[in-house]
Design a protein around this ligand. Structure first.
Ligand code: ZN
Length: 365
């Protein structure tokens, strides 16, 4: 029974195929005059080509790395300052949008900029306008206040309301060129956002609804999008599911699988989605309860066991790393210690001691 909750979602979402083609009008409509774009090399040519007709784009930083570095943030912010920009647009996957969010803060505040120059990743107070254009489905970063930025190997997750974008432009057509493996990695990440928001200790009813629909859509469409990137219907449903996944965890935050993903990315170099996927089916089994059974059935499955099995099968289909031996030499003591110590582990509904985590990883043979 719903008794009380607080819900807020401040991002204006523009969803639809070819929305991105109208970027100039959209920016004008929202009072944005001078924008710097952060993107990856893949989109660079297209964005530079658009600069002719889209006078609002004044500069492009196209060297965002997979785990975005503070150096890229500083460079994007430098361009924004140099060109007197009032907005930073992130066009790409989560790394790009996170870079844009943090650069918008660095460009807005000289004190923050100075601390970044010293190699710190500080907590900002204000930002230029942020526009997020996700091209993968996806991180959900377009509707969250999270930015993950690394300085060398030190990865910092900053949760800050100033990182909420002004606008999210979700154009499923942009994801049609995403390669199959990235499609699977990011699609399972979206599934992890939905499931972890749902089973987080801080879950709440409106986010729960988003989670159930996200899981249903991902189960129906992820494999289709993986097998045929040009299947625009599957891409559209995955873009929507990813957005719902973002809304599922924006308030409740994620839990066990995301907590484990950080050591798996840092020490074993798994991309974010693959790192979350590594333990997701294990956590479905560990966190199985009446609520998860309800979600599984509402998403069209027989039960929670089938949900875990479907996630395992998706990983197998795409050849994602699934077992301890896939990771190479594993320092089990460090792995379980780091996973247990991650703050997101506190959100997991089942308390995960180091012994329980060890048991979970050792079962992944
Ligand atoms: Zn994630």
């Amino acid at each position: 029974m719903v008794t009380e909750f607080v819900y807020a979602q401040p991002v204006k979402i523009l969803f639809g195929a070819h929305r991105f083609d109208h970027l100039s009008e959209i920016l004008k409509e929202h009072g944005i005059q001078r924008a710097v774009v952060a993107c990856d090399r893949f989109f660079s040519e297209r964005i530079r080509g658009m600069m002719q007709d889209t006078k609002e784009i004044v500069a492009v930083f196209d060297d965002v790395e997979e785990n975005p570095q503070l150096s890229g943030v500083i460079e994007t912010a430098r361009l924004a300052k140099e060109h007197g920009a009032d907005c930073v647009i992130g066009i790409g996957g989560g790394s790009t949008i996170d870079t844009a969010k943090f650069a918008a803060a660095v460009a807005a505040d000289p004190e923050i900029a100075e601390r970044c120059w010293k190699g710190e990743v500080p907590f900002p107070k204000e930002t230029l306008h942020i526009v997020a254009v996700p091209t993968t489905a996806g991180t959900g970063s377009e509707v969250t206040q999270v930015s993950v930025v690394s300085h060398g190997r030190d990865k910092k997750t900053i949760n800050n309301p100033v990182f909420m974008p002004l606008l999210a432009i979700v154009d499923p057509y942009l994801s049609s060129t995403v390669p199959p493996r990235t499609t699977m990695n990011t699609g399972i990440d979206a599934m992890a956002h939905a499931l972890e928001g749902y089973w987080s200790k801080n879950h709440q009813p409106i986010s729960d609804l988003c989670a159930i629909e996200a899981v249903r859509l991902i189960l129906e469409n992820l494999e289709r999008a993986y097998r045929d990137g040009n299947d625009l219907e599957a891409r559209t449903k995955m873009a929507y599911a990813s957005l719902l996944g973002g809304l599922s965890f924006a308030l409740p935050k994620t839990a066990g699988s995301h907590a484990c993903s950080y050591p798996l990315s840092e020490d074993y170099h798994l991309p974010h989605g693959e790192a979350c996927a590594f333990t997701l089916d294990s956590f479905v089994r560990i966190n199985a309860d009446e609520r998860l059974e309800y979600l599984s059935r509402a998403a069209g499955l027989k039960d929670t066991a089938e949900l875990a099995e479907r996630i395992r099968a998706l990983k197998e289909t795409a050849g994602l790393r699934r077992t301890l031996s896939d990771l190479g030499d594993v320092d089990m003591d460090k792995l379980v210690r780091d996973c247990a110590a991650h703050p997101l582990m506190q959100n997991n509904p089942v308390q995960m001691t180091e012994e329980k985590l060890r048991e979970m990883f050792e079962a992944l043979q």
